[in-house]
Design a protein around this ligand. Structure first.
Ligand code: ADP
Ligand code: ZN
Length: 716
C-alpha cells in the first residue's frame, strides 16, 4: 500500500478475509493514530511471514474506481525523476476533498417528523436549514448550520430527521462537439486539420501549436478536443493561472455549449469531491485546471493541452519540485496519447525539440481576422527620461493621451507589486529591510504597510526614521504599480484607472469580475503586473507601455533573456487584437540588448537562434542538464558546513560538474541561511540516479538542516 504522506516506500497491511484487492484499489488503512486513504501498489507484496502477525488490517475498500496502472506508473516516474517521496506525489492524485472520499458525501438527511421536545439554538438552526423537506448531504447540513453531526444524530434518534442514501450527483452536462463550429481562416484550417489528425490518431505524439498572439490558437486546439469528445474520451487543458480563465470559459461555452469542469485550489470541498468523482468515473469529458490537475485519476484520458506552455507558473516549487509541462509530456507518453503544447513564444526547450523534429510544429504565423501584429518601439530612457520622481516618459504619456482621446484603452505594464520597492531615509540613508530575509521591504500604500515579499512580514510605515529619528525624511525609491497609478491619475485626472496585481485580488471571482470590467471598456488605463499579460482579449486595448523593460534582465539568471522576451511579447500581444493598430512601447536603458532588438524588429527567429546558440555553447538546458541542491539552516555555518561536506563527497564523473557551494540567490529567507550546489551534466546522463547515489552516501540532514532538490530548476 502506498500512503499519501512524505514516505517513499509502500507498506504492507493484512487483507481481511472476504476482501478482494488488486493494484490500484483505494482503501482506508490505519497509519499511527490516524486513518488515511491508501492505494494498493503491488500485488501480494508477501512480507516476511514472521511479520504477518504484527501487520495491521486494511480498513474498508472505498467505492471509487481503482487508480489505473497508467497513473501509478506516472507517480513512480515523477517521484523517481524529481527525487520526491512517492507518497507526496500520490497525494496529488487523491485530492478528493476533505473526508475520505466521495462516498462519505452520500449520507443525506431530511426533515420528516415533528420538532423535538427539547429545542436548542443549534437544533433550531439545523431544522431551519432543512425546512424545505429536501434531502441534504449530512456533512453539508451540519456545516451550514454550524453544528456537529452529533446534533443531527440526536434529531434522527428522536424521529425529527431521517437518514437516507444520497443519490449519486448528476454527471456534469456534457460538452457538445458540434455545438458551434467557427469558420476558420485558410491558415487556421491547415492547423485544424493537423489537430484533428492528431486526435484521431490517438497515439503518443507531441505537437507544438506555435501561433502569434491573437492567431486563434484556442479555437484551433478546440477542434482536437471536439474530436476527442466524439471518441468518448477525456481531455485535460492545463492553464498557468486558473484565475485568469474567465474569458476562456466563455469561449469554451460558445464552442461546446457548456463550460468545462474546473480544477483548482479554490473549489469548495464539496465541489472538489464531486469533480474528482466525475473525473474518475469518466463523466467529465473536458477538464481545465492548473498544474495539479495533471495528477487526477482520469478514467480515459485521450488528450492533454498545455496552454502557454512556456509559462513559469507550470513549475511547482514547494513540496515536490516538478514542471507540469514536462510531466504532462511524460503522462502522455505513458498513456500513449497525443499532447498539444501551445504558445506564441515557446520555451527554448520546446523550440529545440520542434527544430529537431521531435515535436511537430503546427504554425499560425499571423493574427486572425486580418489584424496586424502590434508595432513595437523602444524609448531610450537615457535620452527621453521622465521628469524626476516620475516613471512615464513624455512620449509614452503623449501616446496615452491620444489613446484616451480615441476612447481606446492603454495598458501600463510593470512587473512589480506595491508602491515602491525600497524606502530610505534621506537624512541618514537608512533602508528598510526585512529582519529575517535578505530583502528590502516593499512599500504597499493600499495596505499602508511595508511588506517583505518573501516571508510576508509587514509593519506600518513609521512617521520618523527608526535609525536617526529624523522627521518626514522617508522617501519611496523606484516604482511599483500603485505608484504608477498615482502618476497616471495625476497625468490624466479624467481617466478611469485600475490596478491589477495579485496582492490586491482576494479571490478568483473578484479577479474575473475585474477582468470583465476591462473587457467591457469601463477602464481607460490599466496598470498591471504579469497578471495582465496572460491570455486576455481586451477589444479596446491598442496601446501597451512597458514601464521598465529591463526589470527582468538584471538578475543574473541564464534564463532571464528568454523570460523577458516571452513576457514582453505576451504583454504587448494584448494590443490591437480587435480593431485598429496595436502599438507597444518599451522604456529601456539598453535598447541595444538582443531582447529589445528582437522585439522591436519582430524578429523572433533571431532571438531563438542566438539564445539556442548561447545555451549550446555553455551546455545549459536543453543541451545539458541541471539540478540544484539548496541547503538551508537557521545559522550560516551549519548550512555552509553541510553544503561543503556534501560537495566533498560528490562521486567523480567526468560528465558531471558540481559547482559551489555558493550563497543561494536569495541568501536568507525567513531567517534561514541558504547555500546552493549546482549540478551540471551532459544531456545523456541520468542525473536523478547520480543524485540518489550521492545523497544516499552523504551526511544526513538533521535538526533544522534542510535539503531541497530541484531537478531541472527554472532559475539558476
Ligand atoms: P491566441 O490564443 O492565439 O492569442 P485567441 O485564441 O485568443 O488567440 O484568438 C484571438 C481572437 O480571435 C479571439 O477573440 C478569438 O475568439 C478570435 N478568433 C480566432 N479564430 C476565430 C475564428 N475562426 N472565428 C471567429 N473568431 C476567431
Ligand atoms: Zn522577509
Amino acid at each position: 500500500m502506498l500512503v499519501p504522506v512524505a514516505l517513499n516506500q509502500a507498506y504492507s497491511y493484512r487483507v481481511p478475509r472476504g476482501m478482494e484487492l488488486k493494484p490500484g484499489d483505494v482503501v482506508c488503512v490505519p497509519l499511527g493514530p490516524r486513518e488515511v486513504v491508501a492505494v494498493v501498489w503491488a500485488e501480494n507484496a508477501n512480507p516476511d511471514p514472521r511479520l504477518h502477525n504484527r501487520l495491521k488490517d486494511v480498513g474498508e475498500k472505498l467505492d471509487v474506481p481503482p487508480l489505473k496502472e497508467e497513473l501509478r506508473t506516472l507517480v513512480d516516474w515523477v517521484a523517481n525523476y524529481t527525487l520526491s517521496a512517492r507518497g507526496m506525489v500520490l497525494r496529488m492524485c487523491l485530492r478528493m476533498g476533505d473526508n475520505l472520499g466521495p462516498e462519505r458525501m452520500r449520507v443525506g438527511v431530511r426533515l420528516v417528523g415533528e420538532p423535538p421536545r427539547r429545542m436548542t439554538p443549534a437544533r433550531r438552526r439545523l431544522i431551519d436549514g432543512l425546512s424545505d423537506g429536501l434531502l441534504h448531504a449530512k456533512s453539508e447540513a451540519a456545516r451550514e448550520a454550524g453544528v456537529s453531526t452529533g446534533v443531527i444524530d440526536g434529531l434522527v434518534d428522536e424521529g425529527t430527521l431521517a437518514v437516507e442514501v444520497m443519490p449519486p450527483p448528476l454527471p456534469p452536462p456534457a460538452p457538445d462537439p458540434s455545438f458551434a463550429q467557427p469558420d476558420f481562416s485558410r491558415q487556421q484550417r491547415t492547423a485544424v486539420d493537423a489537430m484533428r489528425a492528431l486526435a484521431a490518431n490517438g497515439s503518443f505524439h507531441v505537437a507544438l501549436l506555435d501561433g502569434v498572439t491573437g492567431s486563434g490558437k484556442t479555437e484551433v486546439y478546440f477542434e482536437a478536443i471536439a474530436e476527442i469528445i466524439r471518441r468518448g474520451k477525456q481531455s485535460l487543458i492545463l492553464m498557468p493561472e486558473i484565475a485568469l480563465t474567465g474569458q476562456f470559459l466563455d469561449r469554451f461555452a460558445n464552442r461546446f455549449g457548456v463550460k468545462p469542469l474546473e480544477w483548482h485550489s479554490e473549489l469548495t470541498p464539496r465541489t472538489r469531491a464531486r469533480n474528482w468523482a466525475a473525473i474518475a468515473a469518466g463523466q467529465a469529458p473536458v477538464v481545465i485546471g492548473a498544474r495539479s490537475a495533471l495528477f487526477l485519476p482520469y478514467a480515459n484520458l485521450g488528450l492533454i493541452v498545455v496552454d502557454e506552455e512556456h509559462d513559469q507558473a507550470y513549475k511547482q516549487d514547494d513540496g515536490a519540485h516538478y514542471h507540469a509541462r514536462d510531466m504532462a509530456v511524460v503522462r502522455a507518453h505513458i498513456a500513449k496519447i497525443p499532447i498539444v503544447l501551445a504558445s506564441a513564444t515557446p520555451s527554448v526547450e520546446t523550440e529545440v525539440n520542434a527544430r529537431k523534429g521531435r515535436y511537430q510544429r503546427v504554425a499560425l504565423p499571423s493574427r486572425f481576422g486580418g489584424q496586424h501584429m502590434p508595432h513595437i518601439e523602444a524609448i531610450d530612457l537615457r535620452r527621453e527620461a521622465p521628469p524626476r520622481g516620475r516613471f512615464i516618459s513624455p512620449r509614452l504619456a503623449e501616446q496615452i493621451g491620444h489613446a484616451i482621446e480615441r476612447r481606446e484603452q492603454a495598458l501600463l505594464f510593470l512587473n512589480r507589486r506595491g508602491y515602491a520597492p525600497l524606502t530610505l531615509c534621506r537624512a541618514c540613508g537608512h533602508r528598510f529591510a526585512c529582519t529575517i530575509c535578505d530583502a528590502w521591504l516593499v512599500d504597499h500604500r493600499f495596505r499602508q504597510r511595508l511588506v517583505c515579499h518573501h516571508c510576508g512580514f509587514s509593519m506600518p510605515r513609521p512617521p520618523t526614521c527608526p535609525h536617526c529619528a529624523a522627521e518626514e525624511s522617508l522617501v519611496a525609491v523606484g516604482p511599483g504599480v500603485e505608484r504608477l497609478q498615482e502618476e497616471a491619475a495625476s497625468l490624466f485626472p479624467q481617466a478611469r484607472t485600475m490596478v491589477l496585481s495579485s496582492d490586491l485580488i482576494t479571490s478568483i471571482e473578484t479577479m474575473r469580475s475585474e477582468l470583465n470590467e476591462i473587457a467591457e471598456g469601463r477602464v481607460d488605463i490599466i496598470i498591471g503586473t504579469q497578471l495582465v499579460a496572460k491570455g486576455h482579449h481586451f477589444p479596446r486595448l491598442n496601446l501597451v507601455g512597458v514601464v521598465d523593460a529591463d526589470l527582468g534582465l538584471s538578475n543574473g539568471d541564464p534564463r532571464a533573456a528568454e523570460r523577458t522576451f516571452q513576457l514582453l511579447n505576451q504583454v504587448i500581444g494584448r494590443a490591437g487584437r480587435d480593431q485598429g493598430l496595436g502599438i507597444g512601447y518599451l522604456q529601456t536603458h539598453q535598447p541595444e540588448h538582443p531582447v529589445m532588438k528582437a522585439l522591436v524588429a519582430c524578429d523572433r527567429e533571431a532571438f531563438y537562434a542566438s539564445e539556442i546558440e548561447g545555451r549550446e555553447k555553455s551546455g545549459y538546458p536543453p543541451f545539458g542538464r541541471l539540478a540544484s541542491l539548496i541547503i538551508s539552516a537557521g545559522d550560516r555555518p551549519t548550512a555552509e558546513g553541510f553544503a561543503r561536506k556534501l560537495a566533498a563527497i560528490a562521486p567523480i564523473d567526468e560528465r558531471i560538474q558540481v559547482l559551489g557551494p555558493a550563497e543561494a540567490p536569495l541568501a536568507v529567507i525567513k531567517g534561514r541561511y541558504r547555500f546552493r550546489l549546482l549540478v551540471k551534466s551532459l544531456r545523456n546522463v541520468d542525473l536523478s540516479e547520480y543524485l540518489r547515489e550521492w545523497l544516499a552516501a552523504g551526511p544526513k540532514t538533521k535538526g533544522n538542516l534542510k535539503l531541497e532538490i530541484d531537478v531541472d530548476p527554472q532559475s539558476f
